[in-house]
Design a protein around this ligand. Structure first.
Ligand SMILES: Cc1cc2nc3c(=O)[nH]c(=O)nc-3n(C[C@H](O)[C@H](O)[C@H](O)COP(=O)(O)OP(=O)(O)OC[C@H]3O[C@@H](n4cnc5c(N)ncnc54)[C@H](O)[C@@H]3O)c2cc1C
Length: 300
């Protein structure tokens, strides 16, 4: 009933493992891919009135999903892909691939997203995580964002009204990003494409992209690197169930084929405790974990 009259794909009892780069997760009761932001809003509103939980996923590249699946409606933004190219300004819907946007901007000779070519997230996920690499982050390119707030209102918010920091955005848990406007500067096309190619080669050499993973597990603590600490504590290559600390980069946990969410959570906990005991540093997770016991405010 909630999805009556809506555009876009709907699946029942759909395996969450198809919706994230870790390839982990049990069945979602209902998965919905809205094709318009109006339909996303309507479904969110109807579900809220009916007290049905709603979860939001972009490209699932920073997400651990539960083995027991998710009740209610899991909304996936990847069909929200409208884009409008202006004069060194782009207005783009939340589900657009960040890497594709970076490539397309580069092809036009627009500079600003060179760092993002290898980040496998959506634009909305990148805004909410303030995704970054190579000393740059998406916050620098944002001019304004259209959001759906937890109070049910649609708002256009200016960059200055949002607080960004390292992998932090003040909208997190407060709003869903529907659309973002990003600004670029004029650059040298060949140089931009070369920089992106080098960044990608660097990732292939240093990250375990051949196995399912969700990028960096922990944020880097101030002045140090999480990967260095985890490796020094002896965790490289260690396994719990089907989850393994990557041999290539200790801040990545890979799925060896049969990993469960509980294996990853156990490994994260063990690493955290050990690093705290050995070095007195409490690592903070960068990766998001959606677990069914989460409260309404966390899931919106
Ligand atoms: C191989 C690999 C390399 C990576 N490298 C980097 C890197 O260099 N730098 C970096 O910063 N990250 C990196 N990541 C992590 C990840 O790609 C980013 O965090 C990305 O921005 C997540 O976007 P997503 O669409 O996949 O979000 P998801 O994983 O789908 O969701 C993450 C969180 O954001 C929320 N969310 C998603 N979309 C929206 C929206 N529209 N509005 C509000 N909330 C939303 C979700 O509810 C969830 O809480 C990497 C991941 C992988 C697998």
């Amino acid at each position: 009933m909630i999805l009556d009259g809506m555009t876009g794909r709907v699946e029942k009892k759909y395996p969450l493992l198809h919706l994230n780069t870790w390839r982990i997760g049990g069945p979602a009761e209902v998965v919905y891919w809205p094709e318009t932001t109006e339909d996303l809003f309507s479904v969110w509103k109807r579900a809220r009135e009916a007290d049905i939980p709603v979860w939001l996923i972009g490209r699932g590249s920073n997400l651990l999903l539960p083995d027991e699946g998710l009740p209610g409606i899991t909304m996936v933004t990847t069909a929200l892909r409208k884009i409008h190219w202006g004069d060194f300004i782009v207005r783009v819907e939340a589900g657009y691939s960040l890497a594709l946007l970076a490539q397309e901007a580069g092809e036009r000779g627009w500079s600003g997203l060179e760092f993002a070519r290898g980040i496998p997230g959506s634009v909305g996920g990148a805004v909410i995580m303030n995704a970054g690499a190579h000393g740059r982050e998406i916050a620098s390119q944002i001019t304004n964002i259209t959001v759906l707030g937890t109070d049910g209102t649609l708002k256009n918010i200016k960059r200055e009204e949002i607080k960004f920091a390292y992998r932090y955005c003040s909208l997190r848990g407060q709003a869903w990003v529907l659309e973002a406007q990003l600004a670029f500067s004029r650059g040298e096309r060949e140089q931009i494409l070369k920089t992106m190619k080098e960044n990608l080669a660097n990732r292939t050499a240093n990250q375990p992209i051949e196995k399912p993973n969700a990028g960096s597990i922990f944020r880097n603590p101030p002045g140090d690197s999480a990967g260095r600490l985890i490796e020094a504590a002896g965790w490289k290559g260690k396994r719990m169930g089907g989850a393994q600390v990557s041999e290539k980069h200790a801040n990545f946990i890979v799925n060896n084929g049969s990993a469960k969410s509980k294996d990853v959570l156990a490994l994260i906990d063990a690493i955290k405790n050990d690093v705290r005991t050995k070095y007195g540093i409490t690592l903070q997770t960068e990766v998001e974990s959606i677990q069914t016991e989460m409260t309404i405010s966390q899931r919106m």
